[in-house]
Design a protein around this ligand. Structure first.
Ligand SMILES: Cc1cc2nc3c(=O)[nH]c(=O)nc-3n(C[C@H](O)[C@H](O)[C@H](O)COP(=O)(O)OP(=O)(O)OC[C@H]3O[C@@H](n4cnc5c(N)ncnc54)[C@H](O)[C@@H]3O)c2cc1C
Length: 472
């Protein structure tokens, strides 16, 4: 365990000199510091106060701050939008939080090379919107698209609802400029699409959760806008029927939807209360799939959704509702996107599991989650990216249980589900990352890799300055 030093007034003075603008630093202001003490992973019991928050505007400032932190043995926690669900941006040792919120420029949209070059604090949806004005498409689409930053997406290797067709964030990143844990600024990859010269270190940084360096520039892959989008809302009388439709839908129609989302009855109940919306058959069915198709022509999209709709009905869907305009699509997605918010409205302590299994194993995984729910007598609504085998069980705290007891119990429940996923050939996290909440599970499920990961960390960050306590 490293011995970290406290931030002193002398350290703060040095930070002020680096930033040259008092508005870029928060110190000695408990209320403002508190906004940087937690993410969205669950209760207040996970929060930890930073000693100082800095909001640099340039890579050079970040480099100098990191050099200072090394000299003074002060831990650094990089922070994006704070929408994480694993505690990865919580400053558990205090120290300096480096917020990337001021580095929010779209530097270049290079239509010729189909690449956008952006700073890490760009909100993901802003990137999607701005490139779409040029007929281009960024295919990363976490459900937090309206709040999370692209830098946070890269650092967690975020997934979302379009992974089955386009891949997770790792598939969209061509290059990174990184301020390393010793303050050196290094580029990995760039606008080029291929590079087989040596180990692929670029990919090592994707999903590194701020433990190997801070991204200051991101080269993002773009594709032409598909143009046509259709969503199908598909109610099912049982969870098993819904889930067992996922793989056959793709195989039988020989086509990939851009997403297949799953949402169960309990989740719909809370989402409906929260949004004030009601879905067809809501009181009669046990679950829904939302299937999205994207294509470049009207004819192509019609063929896709007709084939898909027929396959779903043949395999037991109660009905298939087609949303082929933006307003109807938005109604469907509002329920799904607001899933977590609607649970937080009834239980601010709700944690979100993030297990992933091979797609064919989702029915077994769902059955197991149900068994755990019965064993612990805890309500566990589930939603997820069904096409990727990625489910989010979200246990709800019984009203009278004290938060600290709930912390232990909910970690036990989600730990059990995560271990089962790993035994089934899956993993303890599909897209939210490990942070500090799941690090024991990482160690248990990947013991050999864990050791190598530690060695990588020691090579890049011998002082263990960058986001300590995360992953390890
Ligand atoms: C309602 C809701 C829905 C969500 N849906 C999804 C979903 O569909 N798919 C999904 O994958 N996730 C989802 N998430 C989780 C979360 O939005 C993602 O993990 C997101 O990628 C985090 O981005 P952020 O900018 O908020 O980063 P933060 O939470 O602030 O940080 C996350 C990690 O990134 C590191 N980091 C941030 N910026 C940098 C940088 N520039 N350089 C190095 N490290 C950095 C931090 O240190 C931390 O380790 C959801 C969250 C919520 C609240």
């Amino acid at each position: 365990m490293n011995e970290y030093r406290k931030v002193t007034t002398n350290t703060v003075e040095k930070l002020r000199k680096i930033l040259k603008n008092d508005a870029l630093l928060i110190y000695d202001d408990t209320e403002s510091l508190k906004s940087y003490s937690n993410d969205e992973s669950g209760g207040e019991y996970y929060a930890h106060m930073p000693e100082v928050v800095v909001k640099p505007e340039t890579k050079e400032q970040i480099s100098q701050i990191i050099k200072l932190a090394n000299d003074e043995m002060i831990p650094i926690t990089p922070r994006g939008a704070g929408s994480g669900l694993a505690g990865a941006d919580i400053p558990i040792f205090g120290g300096i939080v480096i917020s990337l919120e001021r580095m929010n420029k779209i530097i270049e949209i290079d239509s010729e090379n189909l690449v956008a070059v952006v700073e890490p604090g760009v909100v993901t949806n802003d990137l999607c919107r701005i490139v779409s004005e040029k007929g281009l498409y960024y295919a990363g689409y976490p459900m937090s698209v309206e709040t999370s930053f692209i830098g946070g997406n890269v650092a967690t290797n975020a997934g979302g609802s379009k992974v089955i067709k386009y891949g997770n964030t790792a598939h969209h990143i061509l290059g990174l400029e990184v301020v390393m844990p010793d303050g050196e600024i290094v580029e990995f990859g760039g606008k080029r699409r291929k590079d087989s010269s040596g180990y692929n270190l670029l990919q090592l940084f994707i999903g590194s959760e701020g433990t190997l360096g801070i991204f200051t520039k991101i080269y993002v892959n773009l594709i032409p806008q598909p143009g046509k989008v259709v969503d199908l809302l598909v109610p099912f009388e049982s969870v098993e029927k819904a889930i067992s439709n996922v793989a056959p839908l793709m195989v039988e129609t020989k086509s990939l939807p851009s997403g297949i989302e799953f949402i169960d009855k309990k989740s719909i109940y809370y989402a409906s209360k929260y949004t004030g919306m009601k879905l067809p058959y809501q009181d009669e069915v046990e679950s829904y799939l939302i299937v999205q198709y994207e294509a470049t022509s009207l004819q192509e999209i019609e063929e896709l959704y007709e084939k898909g709709g027929k396959a779903l009905q043949k395999n037991g869907a109660k009905d298939v509702f087609i949303a082929d305009n933006r307003s109807n699509s938005e109604k469907i997605w509002r329920m799904r996107r607001n899933w977590l918010e609607s649970l937080k409205a009834v239980d601010p302590y709700v944690p979100t599991g993030d297990v992933v299994v091979p797609t064919s194993k989702i029915p077994e995984m769902m059955k197991y989650i149900n068994e755990v729910s019965n064993e612990f007598k805890i309500d566990i609504p589930v939603a997820g990216h069904a096409a990727d085998g990625n489910l989010h069980p979200a246990p709800l705290k019984p009203k009278n249980l004290p938060p600290n007891e709930w912390k232990t119990l909910s970690e036990e429940i989600l730990g059990k589900i995560a271990m089962k996923a790993a035994q089934m050939g899956g993993a303890i996290s599909g897209e939210h990352g490990v942070g500090f909440i799941k690090k024991e599970l990482l160690k248990k499920t990947k013991p050999k890799q864990y050791k190598w990961m530690q060695e990588v960390k020691e090579t890049f960050d011998p002082n263990n300055i960058m986001n300590p306590g995360k992953l390890f």
